[in-house]
Write a protein that binds this ligand. Structure first.
Ligand code: PMP
Length: 405
């Protein structure tokens, strides 16, 4: 059976060129960058610095503003907790959007136990943050605003440039979680006026277990880990040299290929959206129709449970995500959460008729033929679920003027 991977928002396959770049750093160049008195250490140090230049180049930063981490979760924790600790003397108020990833929302919990206050800015029904709401939420004791670049679950791209402008005016630091957009759409830390920005390698055809936090020159961040003085003292521990080299290569490739890939993905995403809209009844698309990640199509279908749709898709060789991939474990633990994720709730999806959303996220190697295949199988899958749905049976009975059972 053919296999179609439409779950690039949870992770991406490693580009062959990235893997090739990494392999020598497992085999021949195994040195520790901190031990650079000898040749092996010097190779490693040079490789890490080379990768730092490339990652900086991807976002318009200078290399010494890039701190390598273990991934977006760590970068978000470092940004939120590190800034909170370093600026607590100035104020203890933080503003975030209500649709941030759990690595932002949950990083705030221990801070609240230590007396910090958090304002959650609402989003509209397309998932957009209104910069004026952010403006209104900022107080004299606000030290940080954190708004993501794009939401993985619904694909909406936030007006970060405008938010950056107003945080700059108010003298408040601005962190942006760009895990879902890094290497996929252009990022310029200066145009966006961000002070801290999170990146993840495995979301841009690089390896898992490596990410970065951009920290604007002059911004203070206290480290999370106690240990050595790697990464300007912000991230103790021997660097993941092959991972960082892979991240650098992924950034280099993205700089060259991102625009063309994004254009192709925009077309494929539109074809998928239009095809599903034409062929699947009772479908509701989520997120903003235009301001969205290229190749990202998210929706829910009345009377069709999200998890069941995914299982049937998988039986047909199609791999997709239900809402945010990162919250599906939580869903399994908590039946309540099966109904709607915090993101779906925030955009006002009615939890009585929506039982889970689907996110199709396409990547650079998906084809038009795959899109057409998915459009073709979806109506049949939905019908099978409707056939066993008591709610759908009730709906049909009501439509035909019959009595509800
Ligand atoms: N932020 C966003 C916006 C995400 O989509 C994700 C998940 N890919 C993360 C943070 C966390 O990334 P990771 O699990 O790779 O640390």
């Amino acid at each position: 059976m053919r296999k179609i991977f439409f779950d690039h928002i949870s992770t991406t396959p490693v580009d062959e060129r990235v893997l090739e770049a990494m392999l020598p750093y497992f085999r021949e160049y195994y040195g520790n960058p901190s031990s650079h008195i000898h040749e092996q250490g010097q190779y490693a140090l040079r490789a890490v610095d080379g990768a730092r230049e490339k990652v900086a180049g991807l976002i318009g930063a200078t290399p010494d503003e890039v701190i390598f981490t273990s991934g977006a979760t760590e970068s978000n924790n470092l940004a939120i907790k590190g800034v909170a600790s370093a600026y607590a003397h100035r104020g203890k108020h933080i503003v975030v959007s209500e649709i941030e990833h759990f690595s932002v929302l949950n990083a705030l919990m221990p801070l609240m136990n230590r007396g910090f206050e958090v304002t959650y800015v609402r989003v509209d029904e397309t998932g957009l943050v209104d910069p004026d709401e952010v403006r209104r939420a900022i107080r004299d004791d606000t030290i940080l605003v954190s708004v993501m670049h794009a939401n993985a679950e619904i694909g909406t791209i936030e007006p970060v440039e405008e938010i950056g402008k107003l945080t700059r005016e108010r003298g408040v630091l601005f962190h942006c979680d760009a895990a879902a957009t890094g290497g996929k759409i252009p990022i310029d830390v200066n145009r966006m006026n961000v002070d801290l920005l999170t990146l993840s390698a495995h979301n841009m055809y690089g390896p898992k277990g490596v990410g970065a936090l951009y920290v604007r020159d002059g911004v203070r961040v206290d480290p999370l880990l106690d240990g050595g003085f790697q990464e300007k003292g912000l991230r103790a521990g021997t660097e993941n040299v092959p991972g960082i080299v892979g991240f650098g290569k992924a950034a280099e490739i993205a700089i060259d290929e991102m625009d063309a890939d994004a254009e192709r993905l925009r077309h494929l995403g539109k074809a998928l959206w239009d095809g599903l809209a034409r062929r699947v009844e009772h479908i509701h698309f989520t997120g903003h129709p235009e301001k969205r990640l290229p190749g990202h199509v998210s929706f829910w279908v009345e009377f069709a449970e999200g998890e069941s749709l995914l299982i049937f898709l998988n039986l047909n060789g199609v791999m997709a995500a239900s809402g945010s991939a990162c919250s599906s474990n939580l869903k399994a633990k908590d039946e309540e959460e099966l109904v709607a994720s915090h993101v779906l709730k925030a955009i006002g999806v009615p939890s009585d008729i929506c039982t889970g959303s689907i996110t199709f996220s396409l990547g650079k190697w998906n084809t038009r033929e795959e899109v057409d295949y998915v459009i073709d199988i979806m109506p049949g899958i939905v019908k099978r679920l409707w056939d066993i749905s008591p709610a759908y049976a009730d709906y049909i009975r009501q439509q035909s003027g019959g009595q509800k059972s």
